[in-house]
Design a protein around this ligand. Structure first.
Ligand SMILES: [Fe+2]
Length: 349
């Protein structure tokens, strides 16, 4: 009889760099996205909350507190994982034009990889500095469970889920940001973390996956076909729970995804996240109403810039199936300077 713990978190990339590196996702949109109206390039025209975060130092001070809360919440997630002592983490994460590009975009893909080494700082991919002062060739190892991953793909297909699978990476050396960032953040204090991981890609970005080229280059692009629907993500979660519950393993089912992303919110000129929608999502977890997420449409998700919530909907489906209640460890908002709403939650057994 398997035992499953649910978990979810943001993978906010700016936790890698020191605060002094400034909130680069926001600054990048501001500097480069032609859809940002000229008057909004001037901080004097921003909403009060955004100006407060920006402060006198372009967000450096405010990010200190933002990071403090996130690091603390990740420490708590780590402690939960250690206490639960899983056989592996089944990690649902988005791929942002990293491993999957023009030649194939699977809706879902079980990565039945052998043990895999990532070099997250190689080639300056994540900025020039990192808070750990690790060298550019620093290696992050993932222990895997390729046999279990293969079995899981087999079981999905038996259960009527047309699941894609892969035995090796396609276009990205190592793991993409949604997975390797979590490896780094669950070990923010660098004490070591080697719980095996089976990554599962979810095409969260859907209509923007190719056009956006990772973030903001979607201006003027034709939309791509949509992501899997929330209803399907929820069903996949329910099926996953049934498969794992009949297995011999202890599993953490992990959703890696930030919530509303400013750079995805058209109605906010690609600058500010949809905080109202994020607040509602956090409340739905607290109230045990995450099953309502299956009723969302892709259009609603896209309107709110909550594309990465798709990974959370998979976990929510599983937790609904298992009748496990969620606990919001922390929900960290930003008015805009730190791009995304960030929730960290656990559904204990
Ligand atoms: Fe992401």
């Amino acid at each position: 009889m398997g035992t499953i713990m649910g978990m979810g978190s943001s993978h906010w990339p700016a936790m890698i760099q020191p605060d002094e590196a400034k909130p680069w996702p926001f600054l990048r949109t501001l500097a480069n996205d032609p859809r940002v109206p000229a008057e909004l390039k001037n901080p004097l025209n921003w909403p009060a909350g955004v100006r407060a975060e920006w402060g006198q130092d372009e967000g450096v001070s405010a990010h200190r507190e933002h990071r403090r809360r996130l690091v603390e919440a990740f420490r708590r997630l780590r402690a939960e994982i250690q206490a639960f002592d899983p056989d592996f983490i089944l990690m649902f994460g988005d791929d942002q034009y990293e491993n999957f590009t023009e030649d194939i975009i699977p809706p879902f893909c079980v990565m039945a990889y052998p043990d895999l080494t990532s070099h997250p700082f190689k080639g300056g991919r994540r900025g020039r500095s990192n808070v750990w002062n690790e060298p550019e060739d620093h290696a992050i190892k993932m222990r895997s469970k390729p046999d279990v991953a293969k079995w899981l793909a087999h079981r999905y297909l038996e259960e009527g889920v047309d699941m894609a699978y892969a035995y090796r990476p396609l276009h990205w050396e190592g793991l993409g940001h949604a997975f390797v960032n979590i490896q780094m953040y669950l070990d923010y204090d660098r004490q070591g973390f080697d719980v095996p991981i089976i990554p599962v890609q979810v095409n969260s970005y859907g209509s923007k996956i190719i056009g956006n080229r990772r973030a903001i280059n979607g201006a003027g692009q034709e939309p791509d076909p949509i992501s899997p629907t929330p209803r399907r993500c929820f069903e996949i979660g329910r099926i996953t729970a049934r498969i794992l519950a009949a297995s011999p393993w202890r599993v953490v089912m992990y959703a890696s995804g930030g919530w509303s992303h400013g750079f995805l919110v058209e109605k906010h000129h690609y600058l500010w996240p949809d905080v109202e929608s994020d607040r509602l999502r956090a409340q739905q977890i607290r109230d045990g109403r995450e099953a309502e997420w299956q009723e969302l449409t892709v259009a609603q998700i896209e309107d709110a810039g909550q594309q990465e919530l798709m990974t959370w909907i998979c976990v929510a489906g599983a937790m609904h199936e298992l009748r496990q209640k969620g606990d919001v460890i922390d929900y960290v908002e930003t008015a805009g300077v730190f791009n995304s709403g960030k929730c960290l939650a656990v559904w204990r057994t």
